[in-house]
Design a protein around this ligand. Structure first.
Ligand SMILES: [Cu+2]
Length: 496
């Protein structure tokens, strides 16, 4: 680190508490799925290829490229805002306010997370290498906090570790961070309290290089992976849980994640950040990518390696890049089976069915379905799981994961299932397993236009879509975004 890099900093220290009275709960600003209007990204110069150009072999030599003069493409963060800034004598000034945020994971599932500026996770800070930034951090939480700049080489006083590098920022107080950025890549900021992290206190910190990386990427997306333990009917995540039943990308679980839109032939970068208790093998359909960056910055091109699944460990970031040559609606998702589900609650099925089950009485482990001793249907365990006793356990014994509805319930709900068939099914070991739920209408937005009826049934948990679209369809969806046209797919109707 050169001396000029160290020439900071006037630290403003703790400001008065008066400027930030009240710690009210705000609503997430990104709930309306508002995407910034298309900023006419530079169109790919090459004609749309019908077949895949050979980006599967080793990357081309630098001499073959004349792309460095093109402008850097802003990073898109589906479902998340960016932090605006003002300029003060060449310093970019940002405000980050830590606060409780009421948010929605999918329609019908609300949560009180802790985030920044009305967003869980926090909004993205997007800057350039060489920038000097001043970030004024306000604490509207009921307890002290600090911000750590994960991966950034900042002076020790700016590192955001309570007591070691700075005093705690008390409720109602503020603290000013200021430093110069001499790196580029995908970084993030987060509270340095472990439990505050698990309440959602993280955000992207992307630094663009002085000249665009090569090969040129026409599309750049930032995605934050998080996990939550939410007991049924409890909107406050259990930050001490070791098991998680809600998995999100940028604060949304499938199918509420907003699809990423790409014009066929564009090169796409995905920046993926993970801050939670689990590692996530993120898998793309229909394409191979190269892993081009880590939380330490850009990987030298000679060390890139191909794949279609990248393990994003806790506290890591991974950049991947691919040429979006194959038209289609391609999934991008964590491949851990339990992370491809919503509201997964083992052995508490009857709780959601009126008239069945008894009250819960165990600890948080029992509430999440963890059996530490005995068996789930024993007299003392069963009530803790919300299960029936005596002959009401009969249906439990016939099934494995999920207790199916009774014949009476089926008749009441208008199902015409032959009871003989249901009895047959229940003799099949393991039945039932997968349940699907169609939410096409509930999550419809311009970005979902043209997806086939029922598409939401396959989207759960840590899942989103990369939609590689022919130019005509791409332009049509951009028009719908600009004009705010929302239209859910209609079964039987196919648009052209
Ligand atoms: Cu995962």
């Amino acid at each position: 680190m050169s001396d000029s890099r160290r020439d900071f900093l006037k630290k403003s220290g703790l400001l008065g508490a008066g400027m930030l009275a009240g710690g009210g709960i705000v609503s997430a600003q990104h709930q309306g799925h508002i995407h910034p209007p298309e900023k006419k990204a530079p169109p790919p110069k090459q004609a749309t290829p019908k077949k895949a150009p050979a980006r599967r072999e080793a990357p081309a030599q630098k001499s073959e490229r004349r792309e460095e003069t093109r402008p850097i493409v802003p990073v898109e963060t589906p479902d998340l805002p960016k932090v605006p800034f003002t300029l003060d004598n060449g310093v970019k000034v940002f405000h980050l306010t830590a606060e409780v945020v009421k948010t929605q994971l999918v329609p019908g599932k609300e949560m009180y997370g802790w985030g920044y500026n009305g967003s869980v996770p926090g909004p993205m800070i997007e800057v350039n290498e060489g920038d000097r930034v001043r970030i004024i951090h306000h604490n509207k939480l009921p307890e002290p906090t600090t911000i750590h700049w994960h991966g950034l080489e900042v002076p020790p006083e700016m590192d955001g570790v309570p007591f070691i590098s700075q005093p705690m920022i008390e409720p109602g107080a503020s603290f000013t961070y200021e430093f110069t950025l001499n790196q580029n890549g995908t970084f993030f900021y987060h509270s340095h309290g472990a439990m505050q992290e698990m309440m959602g206190m993280i955000g992207l910190f992307v630094i663009h290089p002085k000249t665009p990386n090569t090969p040129y990427c026409h599309r750049d997306f930032g995605l934050i992976l998080q996990e939550w333990a939410l007991l049924p009917n409890n909107p406050v995540p259990n930050s001490m849980a070791m098991e998680f039943n809600w998995l999100t990308i940028n604060g949304k679980a499938g199918p509420a994640t907003t699809p990423m839109l790409v014009r066929q032939g564009e090169r796409v970068r995905l920046r993926i950040v993970n801050l939670g208790m689990d590692h996530h093998p993120m898998h793309i359909h229909g394409h191979q990518f190269f892993v081009t960056g880590t939380e330490g910055g850009r990987i030298p091109e000679t060390a890139w390696y191909p794949g279609n699944t990248v393990l994003v460990g806790v506290a890591q970031s991974r950049d991947v890049e691919f040429d979006a040559v194959h038209v289609g609606n391609w999934m991008f998702h964590c491949h851990l089976p339990h992370h491809m589900m919503n509201q997964m609650i083992s052995m508490v099925g009857p709780m959601s069915r009126a008239g069945h089950g008894t009250q819960t009485g165990g600890g948080m482990e029992e509430g999440m379905g963890i059996v530490r001793q005995g068996h789930a249907l024993s007299e003392d365990m069963a009530p803790k799981f919300g299960r029936g006793m005596g002959d009401t356990t009969e249906r439990d014994r016939n099934t494995s994961n999920i207790v199916g509805p009774t014949q009476q319930q089926q008749q009441h709900q208008g199902h015409q299932m032959n009871p003989q068939d249901e009895a047959q099914k229940k003799r099949v070991p393991g039945y039932p397993q997968d349940m699907m739920m169609i939410m096409d209408k509930e999550v419809a937005k311009p970005h979902t236009y043209g997806l086939p009826p029922g598409w939401t049934a396959s989207m759960m948990g840590m899942m989103t879509l990369v939609r590689v679209l022919p130019p005509k369809e791409y332009d049509e969806i951009q028009r719908r975004i600009r004009e705010g046209i929302v239209e859910a797919p209609t079964p039987g109707h196919k648009h052209d």
